[in-house]
Ligand binder design. Structure first.
Ligand code: PHE
Length: 449
């Protein structure tokens, strides 16, 4: 392995789970579930996580492991075995990753804002009210926070202080899980927990719309970090001893579990007398700070929670940045430092658009949605499934049957022998079929208005 980068010395699970679990679970999952009517959507999401997201996650890991390269270079290898121009998929995936990094940096900036607010009010011994609107109305503050976030991510990737970060993430993740469980127990003790549980867990299929299937698929890819090439990069550092499908199942299971916990945490709080729209993209940031502050020891809880959330967001951002950087190193033979700075600065320039969504671009509304919401919808519900589909097809047509079987089947794991035909079916037919049906439904909905 020629690259020495953070994944090499990082435990695979720490890296893959650290990249998968992030703002997608805590921030995005609740409002997307809210937007799509709750229980039936949650069921759809869980189903797709395992029958659509997981097969591609496994395929991406396999591409990485087979070629020991990042996504662009790996798709060039795949296109050598096929008459299709598959390398385009890798190229598009890298550009897409940069755009998502920019968007992600803005939301991470929100987390940073709350974290610093809580720390400041902890020192001054006063509990501050939710400063969200203040932040939303200050676009340049959001640009500033996004740049701080990108700076931290770039420094980590350049300096190779990954060992330190590994320890941080290693400590933070279990702490975060414990904290989440404590908070969920607290939130479930609210009177609103019964309607919240019903909303989240009872599948009322009449709530689904023409868009629900595409929304579920898009979110599954986003939350599992699939369709970006991140898992290709992680797979390229996976040791030969690791059984790829088992690794994939664990990542998907932990990620889905965290999302459900996030739903259990947020909905009782939101339904307990707030007037928030369940599909509000600010849901987490509107609901949680107030709830945390009114708990005994609130400020300490708030600081710890937002610190964990920030580390989770940083882990995911570093995963995104590393995809871009490792591709620039592979293809352009660029120096790691230059590549990281270039990627960071480019992401910052792009981040200006979502950051100024509620101020400079306030009057731009598309179908009743602002710039931030529109970007979120277009990038994650439309572009991401298409890129993921491209990666899936590259894998299907560019990897030999023998390689697929060798990488999937471990004779010592009997279930891998029996699951192999199902996984092959999923990759070849189910995934492309489901993505096509989801787009057809979405377009039908748009036509019928
Ligand atoms: N999966 C991350 C989340 O849910 C987002 C992400 C996507 C991170 C792709 C890295 C790569 O927050």
């Amino acid at each position: 392995m020629k690259r020495v980068s953070w994944q090499t010395r990082f435990g695979f699970y720490l890296a893959a789970i650290g990249s998968a679990c992030g703002l997608g679970n805590l921030w995005r999952f609740p409002f997307v579930a809210g937007e799509n009517g709750g229980g039936a959507f949650v069921l759809l999401y869980l189903l797709f996580a395992f029958i659509i997201g997981l097969p591609i996650l496994i395929a991406e890991l396999m591409i990485g492991r087979k070629f020991r390269k990042s996504v662009f270079a790996a798709t060039i290898e795949l296109s050598k075995h096929s008459s299709y121009p598959l390398h385009w998929v890798g190229r598009v995936a890298v550009v897409f990753t940069l755009i998502i990094l920019a968007y992600y940096a803005v939301i991470s900036g929100w987390v940073l804002h709350f974290l610093t607010q809580f720390i400041a009010s902890g020192f001054s011994q006063r509990a501050s009210p939710s400063p969200l609107q203040h932040l939303i109305q200050n676009g340049w503050l959001q640009v500033g926070l996004a740049s701080v976030h990108l700076l931290v991510a770039v420094v980590v990737v350049v300096k190779g202080v990954q060992d330190g970060l590994e320890k941080w993430i290693g400590y933070m993740m279990p702490l975060f899980a414990v904290l989440l469980v404590i908070l969920v127990l607290n939130s479930l003790s609210l009177d609103s927990s019964a309607p919240a549980l019903r909303f989240l867990l009872y599948p009322n299929f009449s709530q689904l719309t023409y868009s629900s299937m595409l929304n579920a698929i898009g979110h599954v890819f986003f939350t599992l970090s699939v369709g970006f090439g991140t898992m290709v990069t992680f797979g390229s550092y996976l040791s030969d001893k690791n059984h790829i499908p088992s690794a994939g199942v664990r990542v998907a299971a932990v990620d889905s579990f965290i999302s459900i916990l996030a739903g259990l945490l947020i909905f009782p709080i939101v339904l307990a007398g707030t007037a928030l729209r369940l599909s509000d993209p600010y849901l987490l940031f509107e609901a949680l700070p107030r709830f945390l502050l009114q708990m005994p020891g609130g400020i300490a809880f708030a600081i710890t929670f937002f610190l964990c959330l920030y580390i989770a967001a940083l882990g995911a951002s570093i995963g995104l940045l590393e995809v871009i950087v490792s591709n620039m190193i592979d293809r352009q033979k660029m120096d790691r430092k230059i590549a990281a700075w270039l990627a960071g600065v480019s992401a910052l320039v792009l981040a200006v658009i979502p950051a100024l969504s509620s101020t400079v671009f306030e009057n731009i509304r598309i179908g009743g949605r602002g710039v931030l919401e529109t970007l979120d919808g277009v990038l994650i519900n439309w572009v991401l499934p298409l890129v993921a589909l491209g990666l899936c097809l590259s894998f299907t047509y560019g990897m030999s049957e023998k390689d697929k079987e060798d990488l999937f089947v471990d004779p010592e794991k009997i279930e891998s022998v029996s699951l192999y035909p199902y996984w092959k079916f999923a990759i070849r037919w189910l995934v492309p079929g489901a993505i096509t049906v989801a787009f057809a439904l979405e377009i039908t909905g748009l036509i019928l208005g």
